[in-house]
Design a protein around this ligand. Structure first.
Ligand code: XMP
Length: 319
């Protein structure tokens, strides 16, 4: 595509020109925006770019591994993986209220990232971010509906006073243009055509108190649902799908025995703008097979429900 290639060429030239021989730090989340920004910058300045990937313990199954493999192997990027999971689990202990969890996770993320960035800041002058055009507009106006309902956090939302110069090569692009740039740069579809994943991650999909044990259960159930969607060619037919773990146990029967285990909820929606959404009409047989697989394979779960609430009144995430 002519337009996309022209953008890439001029962005690379501009990055080289701006940055010179300096080093650049970037918070890589595995999401589309930060991944495309990182890949573009790495094409321009190679290993002068240092990415920081924070494992919050609230990531999906194999997510950290997948990100590390994709970008270190295919793109030869320098990525510093920081395992902060114990810190996050410790901070979340005993906390049930969704907004409190969101704020805590957002703040802790900034603290961890800042600490790592400072360790590297003797070298680095630039902080790169995957800010895209809608983020620019959004931060300049008030009253975005979902923002007033839930405090959003993502890797792009770092404080401005970290003492770096900002490098934001995607500032003028819309999401679909960012995806096209990513494809053109050779990022695999698995990374580019992903459903949105919230900044607070599994922290808001484990309903109520978050523990490592609960995250582990949720990771298994979620991977079963998502893989089944992919295998049945349904992944790209829904806008977003995920599993939530409820903080209640219910009674069930397995063989001759009574069970008393957690409930998980499956959520899949179709939407254009994520401001309104309807639940996806997934085939009943498909849902049946996912439920069976979860019950059989995920220890600690004995009941699965499917959320058919529209947005509004229900939001897409449960917290
Ligand atoms: P809700 O739950 O408000 O979500 O219907 C709308 C969309 O936003 C995503 N979401 C987030 N994305 N940081 C993000 O980057 C967040 O804190 C956050 N909370 C919700 C949600 O997954 C859905 O795609």
């Amino acid at each position: 595509d002519w337009y996309i290639n022209k953008f890439i060429d001029s962005a690379i030239a501009e990055i080289k020109n701006k940055v010179g021989n300096d080093k650049v730090i970037l918070g890589l989340s595995g999401g589309v925006d930060s991944s495309v920004a990182a890949t573009l910058i790495s094409k321009a300045i190679g290993k002068q770019l240092i990415c920081i990937f924070v494992d919050t313990g609230l990531l999906r199954q194999n997510e950290g591994l997948q990100v590390m493999e994709t970008y270190t192997k295919n793109f030869d990027m320098k990525i510093k993986m920081v395992d902060a999971s114990a810190k996050f689990y410790k901070a979340l202990k005993g906390i049930e209220e969704p907004e409190t969890k969101r704020k805590l996770i957002g703040k802790l993320f900034i603290d961890v990232f800042t600490e790592e960035a400072r360790k590297l800041s003797g070298d680095a002058k630039w902080l790169a971010q995957g800010t895209i055009y809608p983020d620019v507009i959004e931060s300049s106006k008030e009253g975005h509906v979902s923002k007033t309902i839930k405090s959003h956090h993502n890797v792009g939302g770092l404080p401005e006073d970290l003492g770096f110069e900002l490098l934001e090569p995607l500032r003028d692009l819309f999401k679909d243009e960012v995806r096209n740039v990513g494809r053109e740069l050779g990022i695999p579809s698995l990374m580019i055509d992903r459903h949105p994943f919230p900044g607070p991650g599994l922290g808001i999909r484990v309903i109520g108190e978050v523990t490592k044990e609960k995250c582990d259960i949720l990771r298994k159930a979620d991977a079963i649902f998502i893989n089944a969607l992919r295998e049945n060619n349904l992944y790209n037919k829904v806008s977003q799908a995920h599993v939530v773990l409820l903080p209640i146990k219910t009674v069930g029967v397995m063989g001759d025995n009574r069970t008393y285990e957690f409930v998980v909820g499956l959520r899949a929606v179709n939407t254009i703008d994520f401001m309104t959404a309807t639940s996806s009409h997934l085939p009943w047989e498909f849902l049946d097979s996912v439920v069976n697989k979860i019950i059989n394979e995920v220890k600690g779960v004995n009941r699965v429900v499917y959320d058919i609430t529209s947005k509004p009144p229900g939001t897409i995430e449960w917290e």
